[in-house]
Design a protein around this ligand. Structure first.
Ligand code: CTP
Ligand code: ZN
Length: 155
């Protein structure tokens, strides 16, 4: 067996997206961001804490039949800054891009601070400045870190 064959833990997909080089332990948050909980019938494979050259260990998420939108990729960058998005068509990787971290995200995260203006009855859209390891509300400075996936607006 070649090294590649030995390392392939999750089978290849035919059409869809492979989110690779996800920080170890973040795969379930990736699924949460994509709104995938299994009830929609999507065909999804997940590898957790698999060995990786670039990271100590990585998670990997493969979603059959779905290509991600730029909005989804922006949010993913918050929890998986080193991730690679691979678009697969007919078993071949036809596009590969690294996620890019936007400087800020608007209307994507909700602020957990009940006193924040974005939670008052005002027409103020949420905006979070993206930090190296989280995001900070520009209105009340509340910082989201590990719990970031719990505050994706609209999920
Ligand atoms: N992959 C898949 N199904 C396919 C093609 C690729 O699940 N039909 C997965 C591979 O297993 C790998 C990722 O998509 O995890 C990227 O594939 P590829 O670009 O072929 O691998 P590498 O060159 O190792 O990627 P990188 O350089 O980004 O690590
Ligand atoms: Zn706030």
């Amino acid at each position: 067996m070649t090294d590649t064959e030995k390392q392939l833990r999750v089978s290849k997909i035919q059409n869809g997206t492979v989110i690779d080089h996800v920080r170890g332990g973040q795969a379930l948050n990736v699924l949460a961001i994509l709104g995938i909980d299994g009830t929609g019938g999507e065909q999804v494979s997940v590898g957790m804490n698999v060995p990786s050259d670039e990271l100590a260990t990585k998670d990997i998420v493969k979603v059959e039949g779905r290509e991600l939108s730029q909005d989804e990729v922006d949010v993913l960058s918050l929890i998986a800054p080193d991730a690679t998005i691979n678009i697969v068509r007919d078993y071949e990787v036809v596009e590969k891009h690294r996620v890019e971290r936007p400087e800020s995200v608007s209307g994507v995260l909700s602020c957990p601070n009940h006193d924040c203006i974005t939670n008052a009855d005002e027409p103020v859209e949420t905006r979070f400045e993206v930090l190296r390891d989280g995001a900070r509300c520009v209105y009340c400075e509340t910082i989201l870190r590990e719990d970031i996936a719990d505050h994706i607006a609209g999920e």
